[in-house]
Design a protein around this ligand. Sequence first.
Ligand SMILES: Nc1ncnc2c1ncn2[C@@H]1O[C@H](COP(=O)(O)OP(=O)(O)O)[C@@H](O)[C@H]1O
Ligand SMILES: Nc1ccn([C@@H]2O[C@H](COP(=O)(O)O)[C@@H](O)[C@H]2O)c(=O)n1
Length: 203
Amino acid sequence: MIVIGIAGGTGSGKTTVVNKIAGFIPEENVAILMQDSYYNDNHNLSYEERTKINYDHPNSIDFELMLSHIKALKNKETINQPIYSYTTHSRTEDYAVIHPKDILIVEGILIYTNEELRKLCDIKIFVHTDSDLRLIRRIRRDITERGRDVEEVLNRYEKTLKPMHNQFIEPTMKYADLIIPVGGENKVAIDILASMIKEKISK
Ligand SMILES: Nc1ncnc2c1ncn2[C@@H]1O[C@H](COP(=O)(O)OP(=O)(O)O)[C@@H](O)[C@H]1O
Ligand SMILES: Nc1ccn([C@@H]2O[C@H](COP(=O)(O)O)[C@@H](O)[C@H]2O)c(=O)n1
């Protein structure tokens, strides 16, 4: 199995890049693991308490579970990936069953902050998009898809998202083998990546 990491700031276009790459590869060859599915299980906290958590800090992620799932998939085992709700800020009761495939894509803002996870990645990609564009995308997306309002997004951006991005996320760009500027619209980068993956599958 080849593990491909896709990191980058929020709104940089990671999910868009993953979906475009996955669109080029037959479904039976690619499995996708989202870091956001591995936010700590905070169901013991009240909704009010959960809204106050810093979701851009590495400590918000259950890396132990995430690493055990990546290792299990590499070991050709099937895993139950938690399903996360941004609306309730907690894991749901449901799981997504992920089977081992030739290619495993691991996506998330904080994945390269974890040394063990970095070592498990055969190819490390970082999607880079300017912060003003990322904020615009984040406001639009969080309002339409994640049940937020402008005030919530701007407040989170100012208090945690921007400082955490500068402290933890942007510095991990140095670990990347490839940096994709502007993300999902970078057709050349996506074509190159898809061809490289197809070649590896055919071997
Ligand atoms: N090149 C682009 N131009 C305009 N909107 C984009 C572009 N790439 C992504 N988006 C939109 O911006 C939002 C964030 O993109 P997404 O791929 O989810 O980023 P990430 O996974 O890095 O947070 C989504 O609503 C997506 O549809
Ligand atoms: N309950 C939560 C959990 C996470 N977030 C934000 O999600 C961002 C990471 O996801 P992307 O798809 O944008 O990479 C991160 O910046 C967290 O702030 C949230 O708002 N609420």
